[in-house]
Design a protein around this ligand. Sequence first.
Ligand SMILES: NC(=O)c1ccc[n+]([C@@H]2O[C@H](COP(=O)([O-])OP(=O)(O)OC[C@H]3O[C@@H](n4cnc5c(N)ncnc54)[C@H](OP(=O)(O)O)[C@@H]3O)[C@@H](O)[C@H]2O)c1
Length: 259
Amino acid sequence: MMSQIILVTGASAGFGQNICQTLVEKGYKVIGAARRYEKLQRIQEELGEQFYPLQMDVSQPEQVDKALASLPVGWQEIDVLVNNAGLALGLDPAFEASFEDWQTMINTNIIGLTYVTRKILPTMVSRNQGHVINIGSTAGTVPYPGGNVYGATKAYVKQFSQNLRADLAGTRIRVTNIEPGLCGGTEFSNVRFKGDDDRATKLYDGAGSIQPEDIANTVLWALEQPAHVNISRIEIVPVSQTFGPQPIDRTLWNDDSLL
Ligand SMILES: NC(=O)c1ccc[n+]([C@@H]2O[C@H](COP(=O)([O-])OP(=O)(O)OC[C@H]3O[C@@H](n4cnc5c(N)ncnc54)[C@H](OP(=O)(O)O)[C@@H]3O)[C@@H](O)[C@H]2O)c1
């Protein structure tokens, strides 16, 4: 059987880079897309000809069109799409957060993911084979202070994944949403805190967080299930991350006039 072609967005760092490495080692042909082309070229030097570097900003539909149209023969029929490119920016409350940051998150995590999926899906449907693997987040289910738009974009990714399944009824195309919790070893928090690397490092201190290879192994596992199995959602968190009670503010109504 010819080796399957997998497009991984956000391949220049973090989960995406590790997913590419894991899949190439397993014999897949992997297209790694991101904005930083030099990083992708370095990854190609390590992974060799089974890896194809593709410069593409997912939030720019014309760039996506051009990049996908530029794929050479032998790389055009994408069997698996891993929608991993995404980011969180800031952790400020909604009444102080930067609207520009919100737009960037929406344009990347929602519009970008949706546009790339819309581009690739018809070729999967026409061949009646394929797998869309989205990287969501526990933030799409569990609210937290400062998660405002980031969490909302990941809630979108979760619902979009499930609605795709509804539209793909009667096809062999699979859709999976992988929802990680606290993960270290990526640039995620360095990006979120805009280069405040100390703050980013502190977040993971003593937490034994999930590592990129854990996510890559999860992607591989979902992908390598028998063709009749659809893994719909996976939540994956470090053992150190659990749930707490919902906070109740006891200062707000202690003025009798308010009761
Ligand atoms: N780390 C966590 O704790 C965590 C938890 C749950 C979910 N996630 C999700 O997992 C995914 C990967 O995160 P990560 O932790 O691996 O972060 P990361 O190390 O910052 O990697 C993000 C990747 O996305 C790419 N990217 C960002 N904007 C892009 C755009 N407009 N077009 C194309 N590529 C873009 C970046 O490459 P360029 O800058 O070169 O474009 C980079 O390769 C994200 O969707 C994130 O929301 C992360």
